[in-house]
Structure formats: structure tokens, C-alpha cells
Design a protein around this ligand. Structure first.
Ligand code: NAP
Length: 490
């Protein structure tokens, strides 16, 4: 159970905590124990339309406010989240499963977007462009796009809320946000603090419930001008198709299949430490988690030996217990996918070095696993496993490594370790991804543009780039500006 005053079992629409129009609810459970934590509204089309109407009504007064005024609300919100950080972290671990230390880290990351965009919203500048005629002027305005629909995943229940809402609200947009069904409680708690910080009614609406119905209503609405989605590539494609009819802008942060390349000139200790972090953080359930380890043939044995030893020391358990490194998977479907990937690889000839099965703790716990000698024909190499399974293969040359790394329709994150300066440039430029970790296994910071290429998405979140999608460009051509002499008739 959770001990927080921030637990909400209602959705936030037009400044009010509401039930679904038809009164339906669904349960939220703790993935570590299976116990019910709360029940939240199972909303659908009618509730979504009410939330869109509230966001539309709130838009004009909110966008009229000065950026500085909006920044003050975001800053107060960040302060309140900081004051409640421990409660928010506990709630996050309870509904989501990640170790408390990681949950605390995520709350800090979530707060960083509020702080960053409070400032960045005040830097959305227009332009004056030199005109092509003496009596005209050309001005470019940068204005909020309007009502924004946000749909977020379960793996970052707090950070994905503010990574979208903070730039949207800072730019002067209003928001209808739907969190994932497994983890709505963090979103609702964060929204409650936003309300306390002074967000006016309707500026941020959080609705929970039937994803396809809510998604359809958001996409079909001509009032909603942008869908900002983080989640699977499959659902991202569906939303793209659904948005075609109203020609909406889309920000898509989708799935990855991250390669992690280790060259023979790398610092092997640093590479192993980073490899463990980038693979087993959050039980392998982040979009930027390494999915494929590609190691130069001359060092693959040594790397695999050291990596497997480190993985064997990881502690599995309930994220609330001290010292736990790897928590449960989010649900039974997640566990089944991980088990299927391991079975497929072993069946096709991969060597199982450690783990390989559900953990003795039961439920959705899975053993940290290492597979060697994987091949491109195996699912672990082609699909996002989203679990604590490392797949290792080897390469001979830099060209072969890059070719293997790019042999995927995904292009989110890629990592590589080398101490050769020329190679560092060549490989960073050649990897077909939106984000590169060079001699590091960690990427996510609010000041840098997060996002993917190929089927991993469109647009960027975080940094000054992350506010761009929430802003429209309008050009004003001003005529009839005669010179003073002309006006005097000379
Ligand atoms: P998901 O199944 O696509 O769900 C993401 C969100 O979309 C949830 O809120 C879900 O709602 C909603 N959704 C599902 N079907 C929908 C539909 N037909 N219409 C509208 N919304 C719909 O993904 P997930 O399993 O939660 O998250 C894991 C995926 O997200 C992985 O592929 C991961 O790589 C990706 N991800 C990407 C990033 C990034 O920044 N690129 C970050 C984190 C995660 P319900 O939960 O209610 O079904």
C-alpha cells in the first residue's frame, strides 16, 4: 500500500476530479505483489470530448498570459514535486515496479522538464525578416499550436508526463493527457500538484481509460492540433493513420532496438559497467535500453566473461526493498515476450550463460539473462525484447559493425565504446539513430534533444528543440509603410 495524500481515484477534467460518464472503473495493481492499489475511471469517447472542450475553453486565457506568468506556475509546480518527491517515488514504484532509487531518479528527471521549460518558454522568439519592397515589412510570429493530445507509456509514468506537458504549457497550449492503464496514479498525482501550483481549470486535463476509444476521439477532433505520443511503434503507426483526416501534427517517440558496439581499443571496464547499466536499468524496460551487444571478435570472450560475472551479481526483488537492482516486469504479457525471445534464441543455437527463466520469486520477475552467439535471425536481434536479456554477438571490422548496427527498421539510441578519435567520429556519424552514447551507457537529460529516426519516431523532446512542435509559425506581411518623405508628398 502507499502512504500518500496524492493518490487520486478520479480523472481531472476542467479543474474537477471526475468519474467516467458511465461510472465504469478499472483496477491498478502493484506488479511486485499483484495487489490492487486503486481503481480509476474507465473513460471513453464522451469523457474525452468533454476534456477536449475544457482544454479548448481554457486555451485563450492561458495563451494570453505572459510567458513569464506561465513560467511562474511551472516553477511552483516543480517546487511542489520536489517537496513531495519521496511520496511520488514510492507511488511510482508501487504501480510500476522499478527500484526506489530509480523511481527517485525519475522524479528528479520529471521535475527537470518543468524547470527547464519554465525558462525555455520565455525564449520562444519571433523574427523580423528583411523585406523585398521598401514600403513593406515581414514579421514572423511564434504562437502556441492550440489544444494538444498527449498519450504516454507505463515505463516512465512521471517523466513522460512532464516531458510533454511542460513544453506544451510553457508555450501556451492546453493539454488532454492519457497515461498508460498500468500506471495512471503518478500522472494523476502530478496533475494534482499542478492544480495546487495554480494551473487554471481545463489547462491540464488527465483522463484514464479505454485507450483505443480515447485515442480515436483525440485524433478525430479538429480542435486537437497535435498528438504527442510515446509508446510502441505499432500504436504510433495507428495514430499517424488516424490523424491524417484532420492533418494534425505528430510527435512520436516510439520503440527502439539499440545496438551497443564495443571495439577492441575500448576501455573494457568502462564498457562493461555501462553495458550493465544500459541493459538492466529498469529491468530492461526502457526504449533506450541496449537490445543488441556487438563486440569485436578479438575481445568478445573477455567482454562476455566480465559482463556475465557482473550480471550474475544483480539482485532481483521488490523495488521497495533496499539493494534491489532489478524489479519485476510490468505484466504477464511482458514476461511472456521475454521468455519467448530467450526460447527462440536458444532454440536457434544461442548459448545461455546466465539466467534464462522466470525468477523463483514468481509473478513477473525474470532472471537477468545473458545469451552469447546470437545471430540476426533470432528475435532478440530483430525485435525490442523489453526485458533483462542481453544478446551478444561479434564482428570483425568497423564496417561490419556499423552494417549490423543499422540492420533494423528502428533508430532510437545507439552506444559504442572506443578510444580511437577517428573511429569515434566515423561511427557516431554512421549510426542511423537519433541519439548516440559514445563511451557512456546513459543518454537521458532534459537539456538534450531526445528522439529517434526511421520507425523510432518523429520530432524531439527535451532541450530547446522540444518546444518546437508546440509552436506554430505565422508570417505577417505589412504593406503601405511609405518613407516620411513620401508621406510629406516630396
Ligand atoms: P503502447 O502499448 O504503445 O502504449 C503506450 C500508450 O498508448 C499507452 O497509454 C496506451 O494505453 C496507449 N495506447 C495503446 N493502444 C492505443 C490505441 N489504439 N490508441 C491510442 N492509444 C493507445 O506502449 P507501452 O507498452 O506502454 O510502452 C512501451 C513502448 O514504448 C516500447 O516500445 C518503448 O520503446 C516505447 N517507449 C518509447 C520512448 C521514446 O521516447 N521513444 C519512451 C518510452 C517508451 P493503455 O496503456 O491504456 O493501453
Amino acid at each position: 500500500m502507499v502512504s500518500t495524500t496524492l493518490l487520486r481515484e478520479a480523472a481531472l477534467v476542467d479543474g474537477q476530479w471526475r468519474a467516467a460518464a458511465d461510472g465504469r472503473v478499472f483496477d491498478v495493481t502493484d506488479p511486485a505483489t499483484g495487489a490492487k492499489i486503486a481503481a480509476v475511471p474507465l473513460m471513453a469517447e464522451a469523457d474525452t470530448e468533454a476534456a477536449i472542450a475544457a482544454a479548448a475553453k481554457a486555451l485563450r486565457p492561458w495563451r494570453r498570459r505572459t510567458a513569464k506568468d506561465r513560467a511562474a506556475v511551472l516553477t511552483r509546480w516543480a517546487q511542489l514535486m520536489t517537496e513531495h518527491a519521496d511520496e511520488l517515488a514510492e507511488l511510482l514504484t508501487t504501480e510500476q515496479g522499478k527500484p526506489l532509487a530509480e523511481a527517485r531518479g525519475e522524479i528528479g528527471y520529471a521535475i527537470s522538464f518543468l524547470t527547464f521549460y519554465a525558462a525555455e518558454g520565455q525564449r520562444v522568439r519571433g523574427e523580423i525578416i528583411p523585406a523585398t519592397a521598401e514600403d513593406s515589412r515581414i514579421m514572423v510570429l511564434r504562437q502556441p499550436i492550440g489544444v494538444v493530445g498527449c498519450i504516454t507509456p507505463w515505463n516512465f509514468p512521471a517523466a513522460m508526463i512532464t516531458r510533454k506537458a511542460a513544453p506544451a504549457l510553457a508555450a501556451g497550449c492546453t493539454v488532454v493527457l492519457k497515461p498508460a492503464e498500468q500506471t495512471p496514479l503518478s500522472a494523476l498525482a502530478i496533475a494534482a500538484l499542478g492544480q495546487e501550483a495554480g494551473l487554471p481549470a481545463g489547462v491540464l486535463n488527465v483522463i484514464t481509460g479505454d485507450a483505443p476509444a480515447i485515442g480515436r476521439a483525440l485524433c478525430a477532433s479538429p480542435t486537437v492540433r497535435l498528438i504527442s505520443f510515446t509508446g510502441s511503434t505499432e500504436v504510433g503507426k495507428l495514430l499517424s493513420a488516424q490523424c491524417a483526416d484532420t492533418v494534425k501534427r505528430l510527435t512520436l517517440e516510439l520503440g527502439g532496438n539499440a545496438p551497443f558496439l564495443v571495439f577492441e581499443d575500448a576501455d573494457l571496464d568502462a564498457a562493461v559497467t555501462a553495458a550493465v547499466l544500459s541493459k538492466y536499468r529498469h529491468s530492461g524496460q526502457t526504449c533506450v535500453c541496449t537490445n543488441r551487444f556487438l563486440v569485436q571478435a578479438s575481445i568478445v570472450e573477455e567482454f562476455t566473461h566480465r559482463f556475465t560475472a557482473a550480471v550474475g551479481k544483480l539482485a532481483v526483488g521488490n523495488g521497495k526493498q533496499p539493494g534491489v537492482d532489478v524489479g519485476p516486469l510490468i505484466d504477464a504479457d511482458g514476461l511472456a515476450k521475454v521468455a519467448a525471445h530467450v526460447d527462440d534464441a536458444v532454440h536457434k543455437g544461442a548459448r545461455l550463460l546466465v539466467g534464462g527463466a522466470p525468477h523463483a520469486l514468481g509473478g513477473t520477475f525474470f532472471q537477468p539473462t545473458v545469451l552469447a552467439d546470437v545471430t540476426p535471425q533470432m528475435r532478440v536481434m530483430r525485435e525490442e525484447t523489453f526485458g533483462p536479456v542481453a544478446a551478444i554477438t561479434s564482428f570483425d571490422t568497423e564496417e561490419a559493425a556499423v552494417e549490423l548496427a543499422n540492420d533494423t527498421r528502428s533508430g532510437l539510441a545507439g552506444y559504442f565504446f572506443t578510444n580511437d578519435l577517428g573511429r569515434a567520429w566515423r561511427v557516431a556519424e554512421a549510426l542511423e539513430v537519433g541519439m548516440v552514447g559514445l563511451n557512456t551507457g546513459f543518454l537521458s537529460v532534459e537539456v538534450a534533444p531526445f528522439g529517434g529516426v526511421k520507425e523510432s519516431g518523429l520530432g524531439r523532446e527535451g532541450s530547446h528543440h522540444g518546444i518546437e512542435d508546440f509552436v506554430e509559425t505565422k508570417f505577417v506581411h505589412i504593406g503601405g509603410i511609405s518613407s516620411p518623405g513620401a508621406a510629406a508628398g516630396s
